[in-house]
Design a protein around this ligand. Structure first.
Ligand SMILES: C[S@@+](CC[C@H](N)C(=O)[O-])C[C@H]1O[C@@H](n2cnc3c(N)ncnc32)[C@H](O)[C@@H]1O
Length: 224
């Protein structure tokens, strides 16, 4: 059985029309350069403050770090990790576990901008990343014999970290971790799980939580 990781509500989107004329956007955007089309808080902060919900938007770096952590784990090398990411605009993407994500952030941004435009990234006729038509609830419904765990600093603080998972090979665990910097999960995301777990007295970066949770699962299942 595999562990399914959903990185939810990631701040990934193309630069929205309403701020395309802002000087901080015009300065960086190039029509032939995919990476410059992606909203990035580090470049567009002064324009973004006008946008609704701006604190959860324009953070492709969070997903990049989460993916580098997850894809490099022994669990993934063992082919027991399935990864999806979901955006603040409710688009969902599935990763081919064999994918090697570029370490270079600018190239990663280019890849994501192309993905948001084309809906898929392919290589030699097989998919590397593809968009799904299901919403999060429908995606979770398809997975059988599951337990959905949602991680949040506002959840119940766990007493023993190795109690998060049971060593039960018949169970499919789905873990949801927020791919955003500030704020909280939407009501729709919170309703996907009845186990909301905090692993620390601190609010941690998403990629730290991804690394830790995968490690806890590896320890319980003796994956080295
Ligand atoms: C930077 S936090 C988002 C901000 C939010 N204030 C928070 O801490 O939940 C990114 C994600 O990391 C996970 N996370 C952060 N701190 C956590 C904690 N103490 N326990 C469990 N998950 C945590 C959550 O999934 C969260 O959505």
């Amino acid at each position: 059985m595999a562990l399914t990781l959903i990185i939810a509500e990631c701040g990934l989107e193309l630069i929205p029309k309403e701020i395309r004329d802002h000087p901080s956007v015009k300065k960086n955007i190039r029509s032939k350069n995919y990476s410059s089309q992606l909203l990035d808080n580090a470049l567009h902060h002064s324009a973004m403050v006008k946008l609704n919900n701006f604190e959860k938007r324009g953070r492709p770096d969070i997903l990049h770090n989460c993916l580098l952590n997850a894809l490099g784990s022994p669990l993934n090398k063992n082919k027991q990790l399935k990864i999806y990411f979901h955006t603040v605009n409710n688009r969902i993407f599935e990763l081919n576990p064999e994918i090697r994500i570029t370490r270079n952030y600018n190239r990663f941004k280019g890849l994501i901008a192309k993905l948001l435009i084309d809906g898929k990234i392919e290589f030699e006729k097989s998919y590397l990343i593809k968009e799904l038509k299901e919403n999060l609830r429908e995606l979770i419904k398809i997975i059988k014999k599951k337990e959905v765990l949602l991680f949040s600093s506002r959840g119940g603080l766990i007493q023993h970290h190795l109690d998060i998972f049971q060593k039960d090979t018949s169970k499919n665990y789905i873990i949801i971790i927020g791919g955003f910097q500030k704020g909280t999960f939407s009501k729709e995301t919170l309703e996907l799980s009845n186990r909301i777990i905090s692993i620390s007295q601190y609010s941690l970066d998403a990629w730290i939580v991804v690394g830790k949770i995968i490690s806890f699962y590896e320890i319980i299942n003796d994956i080295k």
